[in-house]
Design a protein around this ligand. Structure first.
Ligand code: SF4
Length: 311
């Protein structure tokens, strides 16, 4: 199916809204057929082999097809910050990241714009982009949409948010998330080469899959299920990244940070299941909360801005 038709009766993601995005209709993701970007920067807060020495070239796409109640990027995922860019401008943003030393191009939450982003990446490569391309997504994705990324993406960085349907319904109104995400991650594992690095010390990742899981305070059973699923399905083929940066965001979400007792329990479970990967240090403050209305949405330690939608 050509790209235009894919936006005409949009079924690109499991929401299957049927919106005619070509005519300016918006589905659950809040986006028409125009690709919109909010920010691009060298990001130092990703996992060590993703951030490398000089930072991951993060491109933050506006809109989102999942809409988590606790999203830290809600200004761009749910409130519409960003502006439309052409394919050529997208390619220029990627090249600017490369010129500024990015280790890779890290496309954040682009599921709803997959066909356009595939064209954008191809245009960037045709203009001299040589960096690995990384797809950073919620994993709430259809297999046939993911298939468009074959031969275009080198590294997948999917979330596995939960395997509990009630949690998925409560926080992102998607009770089918567990089965969809599990299938999507297995598809990604089959689509990419095995884990590989530019250096023997594992410093710079060139291909593979890193599965991310954000720990929700008070819902550790959900995390245990994810660690167990990873051990059974992806261990030896991927890395697990446990994120403990959850920040209270409003009345519908847990009102506290992950505490020390929960944190120690998590580390025990990683040992119990023999899971290899990354885990964040506890940081019970708002350090991770970006403000995308600023040229640098993050702290200067976390990010070096390269492009912003207001400039
Ligand atoms: S990509 Fe957007 S419009 Fe298309 S099905 Fe998903 S949420 Fe609906």
């Amino acid at each position: 199916m050509n790209e235009e038709r894919q936006y005409e009766n949009c079924r690109l993601c499991p929401r299957r809204c049927g919106a005619n995005r070509l005519r300016g209709e918006k589905g659950f993701c809040g986006e028409t057929a125009s690709l919109r970007i909010a920010s691009a920067s060298l990001h130092h807060g990703e996992e060590p082999p993703v951030a490398g020495k000089r930072g991951s070239g993060a491109v933050f796409v506006s809109g989102c097809n999942l809409g988590c109640a606790f999203c830290q990027n809600f200004q761009i995922s749910q409130q519409g910050l960003g502006r439309a860019v052409s394919i050529d401008e997208f390619a220029a943003i990627c090249l600017a990241l490369q010129e500024n030393g990015a280790e890779n191009i890290n496309i954040v939450t682009g599921t709803h714009a997959t066909p356009t982003l595939v064209r954008g990446i191809a245009a960037a490569k045709a203009s001299g982009l040589t960096l690995p391309v990384l797809w950073n997504s919620s994993a709430y994705e259809n297999e046939d949409t993911l298939a468009l990324l074959k031969d275009v993406v080198d590294i997948f960085l999917p979330d596995m948010k939960t395997l509990d349907s009630e949690t998925a319904q409560t926080f992102f109104n998607a009770p089918d998330y567990p089965e969809v995400a599990a299938r999507a991650i297995l598809t990604m594992l089959n689509m990419t080469k095995r884990l590989s690095y530019a250096h023997e010390d594992g410093e710079k990742m060139l291909s593979g899959v890193v599965v991310r899981h954000l720990v929700l305070p008070g819902r550790l059973d959900s995390t245990r299920a994810v660690i167990e699923w990873f051990a059974e399905n992806a261990q030896d083929r991927a890395l697990l990244s446990l994120m403990t940066q959850y920040t209270p965001m409003g009345v519908r979400t847990p009102a506290r940070y992950v505490d020390q007792t929960e944190y120690e329990t998590l580390l025990t479970w990683l040992d119990e299941f023999g899971v290899d990967g990354f885990y964040q240090e506890l940081s019970p403050d708002r350090e991770w909360l970006p403000d995308f209305s600023r040229f640098n949405p993050f702290s200067s330690e976390l990010s070096t801005p390269v492009w912003h939608f207001l400039r």
